[in-house]
Design a binder for this molecule. Sequence first.
Ligand code: ADP
Ligand code: NA
Length: 327
Amino acid sequence: TFPERVFSGIQPTGIPHIGNYFGAIKNWIRLQDTHSSVMYSIVDLHSVTVPQDPAILRENIMSMTACLLACGIDPDRGILFQQSQVPYHTELAWILGCQCTLSRLAHLPTWKEKSAATKDALLGLYTYPVLQAADILLYKGTEVPVGEDQFCHIELARALAKLFNNRFGHLFPQPSILLTDLPRIKSFRQPDKKMSKSEANPNSRIDLTDSPDEIRRKVKKAVVDSHSELTYDTDNRPGISNLIGLECAITQKSPSQVCEENTGVLTGQYKLKLADLLIEELTPIRLQMERLLSDRHHLSGVIKKGRDRAMEIAEPNIAEVKSLVGF
Ligand code: ADP
Ligand code: NA
């Protein structure tokens, strides 16, 4: 049996929005309390599967590091590191890629979707699920907190671990999905869709660095229907239900509790209350992020320490892999 280890990654593709925060990052913070070994990687190698401007990428790696720390990732408990600083991710991905058929990758829904959206899809975009398997297996990760869209990729990691183990020796665990019931935050402009960085309209989302004024303005403009009372009905009233869901994500209240407490409150007034709650939740994060980003030396130190601790685990594991393969 393998000791429990949580592994997850996030791409450095700009400031996270409150969907990323309530739907992923907050869960990462909680896992630090419930699991003895947690590893969080800023997966820059994954981000270059689509073209990135080097200067912007470099800045995004710094700001994502600052953001995760500001949200509450504790680099003394978990391991927070930059993927490309540990060279063995790509080394293991190559070896695993040599156990993986083309057709297995071609059937992944993420590939079908992404390749359909671009005329000249890149090789890296095709093979990145193999890199993702390597990310997890390099540390013998056993639990992976990911959303539904990633289930097929964890399946692939399990399949590749099994193929490797059967052929070379029992080295890798079978990583499993760590399922948590996480809130799904909807777009403020199209509440039938999820809030996403890829939606062009910046008013569709609240970023973790938005100022109180911006937060207030965006919440006021959030699309709701013409009924002015508060009821929770995600199918028929997605706009107001999304706002109620946000309060629940902040306060841990249930939707019915929120509706009860706001009997007689009109949606316009409720928006102002919600904006205040969001401002209260996000302001400390924004200020801490600013402090961290103003001390690059300290940030680099955190990244360096994360690398050293990740390397300590990765080095003996990749040595075992290579020895089993015959290198
Ligand atoms: P985006 O769609 O903004 O690019 P990603 O796909 O990079 O977001 O997702 C990063 C993490 O945030 C994933 O774990 C994903 O499940 C979570 N996430 C993204 N959008 C939302 C959302 N609107 N609500 C809840 N969680 C979300
Ligand atoms: Na996305």
